[in-house]
Ligand binder design. Structure first.
Ligand SMILES: NC(=O)C1=CN([C@@H]2O[C@H](COP(=O)(O)OP(=O)(O)OC[C@H]3O[C@@H](n4cnc5c(N)ncnc54)[C@H](O)[C@@H]3O)[C@@H](O)[C@H]2O)[C@@H](O)CC1
Ligand SMILES: Nc1ncnc2c1ncn2[C@@H]1O[C@H](COP(=O)(O)OP(=O)(O)O)[C@@H](O)[C@H]1O
Ligand SMILES: [K+]
Length: 499
């Protein structure tokens, strides 16, 4: 599937450019309706009745085309129209007329009278043109549809879902399958949108790749096509110093596990060397646990500064298990002044909850690439002004404000850079919601930065690898299980059989 995601507004522009270049709108609609009809024939049982709910715009038009094609196949199809069909415009009107009758006015009964297990619904009420919260009959029908629990194939978007941000406008259809056109939209990947869509299929309706490219999309599905070219497996003549030396700054004696998880993940992600920097009091604990990862005692922020005099140490992670307070703030200050790639996670972010302006001043002046990896709670503490926004807009606004790459973690992790580029991740398993997996993710980002990837690519690749590792580790995983799983993920990216 293509990785570009188009907002409803961008999609409308792509449609308009295609029409202006000589493809009639009704031709696009015919292809869209054909895609819907094909999906319905796959999803509906041989004896199922098909009931299509058609709205007042072009989404409804796709429904009329599908109705005509399905009837031509001999399938029993009922069509219900929301509003007065004499008000239909342009292509939707043509599609309605071509259907040749056989429709009724939409009513609650159209939904509620469906015998259980015998009807497949097609939701062609609203798609990209939804511009206000649902109410009245449309909303009541959508709620009845969800209550009935019958299978639904949604056209373009489940009605009620905002394609730009994945949020519901009042209520939304819960579909089994969604057929969209040309490219997916952010709302197909962001939650709750992704769950409302069921499986999502993209049908080619003849909008050229060059037309999509001319829109210069800035939002992408997070997949290897976005960053794979930035990453290189070890060169045959290379050595470990070519792959960077990552540093993970440990918390105090009682909270060292997070740093070890992160450090092991950085090594698994391919950093040439990884060192845990810790207070001398924590040395023995780390030394007793770590093997391939090195340990180095450093005393306070000055000790860390001395360690970083070695320019080969090129990427640093701080935050997991670090402890909250002034000590953490002074470490952050030192790191951002050190001309290194830096990842700040967990306590490193929380420590600035009451000192946000201070954090912004530091992050904007950072002398090397900077990646922040907050979960929702950490994000709200650091960027309360953006907490009410949808996750895509929130991550973008935070990245712009602090001049860093922001990884807003969750079921639909968003990666955003200060220039407005964003990626939405959809390969993560809910089993990743367990203690310590965030530390592993921060370690992977650091390991990729050590290998020289640019910050956005490192962050996006890390989130994807983390998701894949979760899939490999499978149900019941704990954070340690991600470490051996990463070996298989790296081997897969390198295109090599695991041995
Ligand atoms: N040429 C094109 O533009 C193509 C469009 N396609 C289809 O067209 C759809 C977009 O068509 P439209 O832009 O006409 O938009 P929609 O059909 O999604 O909805 C727009 C209509 O719904 C009304 N509306 C919006 N929100 C409402 C609400 N909450 N309650 C009640 N009424 C509401 C609007 O006033 C307008 O009449 C796509 O989703 C896709 O299914 C496809 O046919 C492919 C080609
Ligand atoms: N429902 C979910 N589906 C997929 N991934 C999830 C889900 N919930 C959380 N995650 C992922 O799990 C990780 C948890 O990180 P975090 O909250 O920092 O945990 P910790 O601090 O315990 O390490 C993040 O990468 C997040 O994206
Ligand atoms: K729809």
């Amino acid at each position: 599937m293509s990785i570009e995601l188009l907002t409803p507004a961008e999609m409308a522009t792509a449609d308009a450019l295609t029409i202006a270049a000589g493809t009639a709108g009704i031709v696009l609609m015919e292809r869209a309706g054909q895609g819907v009809s094909n999906a319905v024939l796959r999803e509906a049982g041989a004896d199922a009745e098909i009931r299509i709910l058609c709205g007042p715009g072009n989404n409804g038009g796709d429904g009329f085309v599908a109705a005509r094609l399905l009837r031509r196949q001999g399938r029993p199809v009922r069509v219900a129209v929301l509003g007065d069909p004499s008000q239909l415009r342009s292509d939707a009107r043509s599609a309605f007329e071509a259907m040749g009758g056989g429709w009724e006015a939409l009513s609650l009964d159209f939904v509620r009278s469906a015998p259980a297990g015998r009807v497949l619904f097609v939701d062609a009420l609203f798609g990209a043109g939804l511009d206000r919260p649902l109410e009245g009959l449309a909303r009541a029908c959508i709620e009845a549809l969800n209550e009935a629990g019958a299978p639904v194939v949604a056209v373009d978007l489940p009605s009620g879902l905002n394609g730009a941000d994945g949020r519901m406008l009042g209520a939304a259809v819960r579909a089994r399958h969604t057929v969209t056109f040309c490219r997916r939209k952010p709302g197909h990947l962001l939650q709750p949108g992704r769950c409302l869509c069921g499986t999502t299929e993209v049908v080619d309706i003849g909008i050229a790749d060059a037309t999509v490219a001319s829109l210069e999309p800035t939002c992408f599905a997070n997949a290897p096509g976005l960053w794979r070219a930035s990453w290189h497996p070890p060169a045959p003549e290379g050595h470990k110093y070519d792959r960077g030396h990552a540093v993970v700054v440990s918390g105090p004696l009682a909270t060292t596990g997070a740093a070890r998880l992160a450090a092991s993940a950085a090594l698994r992600a391919g950093a040439g060397l990884v060192t845990v920097a810790c207070d001398p009091s924590a040395l023995i604990v780390h030394a007793a646990h770590l093997t391939a990862v090195m340990v180095r005692p450093v005393r306070g922020v000055d000790g860390l500064g001395e360690m970083l005099a070695d320019r080969r140490l090129n990427a640093v992670l701080f935050g997991p298990g670090a402890g909250v307070g002034e000590g953490a703030r002074s470490v952050v200050k030192r790191l951002l002044d050190a001309e290194r790639a830096v990842v700040l996670d967990a306590d490193a972010l929380t420590s600035f909850g009451d000192a946000r302006e201070h954090f912004l001043a530091l992050s904007r002046a950072a002398r090397g690439p900077l990646v922040l990896t907050p979960h929702d709670g950490e994000f709200q503490r650091l960027f309360p002004a953006f907490a009410g926004l949808d996750r895509l807009s929130a991550a973008r606004a935070a990245a712009r404000e602090c001049g860093a790459v922001v990884v807003l973690k969750g079921a639909d992790t968003v990666i955003a850079d200060p220039q407005g580029r964003a990626a939405i991740n959809d390969n993560a398993s809910p089993w990743l919601a367990t203690a310590g997996t965030g530390d592993v993710l921060a370690g992977i980002v650091t390991g990729l930065l050590a290998q020289g990837l640019p910050a956005f690519e490192a962050a996006a690749m890390a989130v994807w690898m983390h998701g894949e590792a979760g899939r490999v580790a499978g149900a019941g995983l704990i954070s340690e299980d991600l470490l051996p799983a990463l070996k298989l993920v790296v081997a897969g990216l390198a295109g090599e059989e695991d041995r």
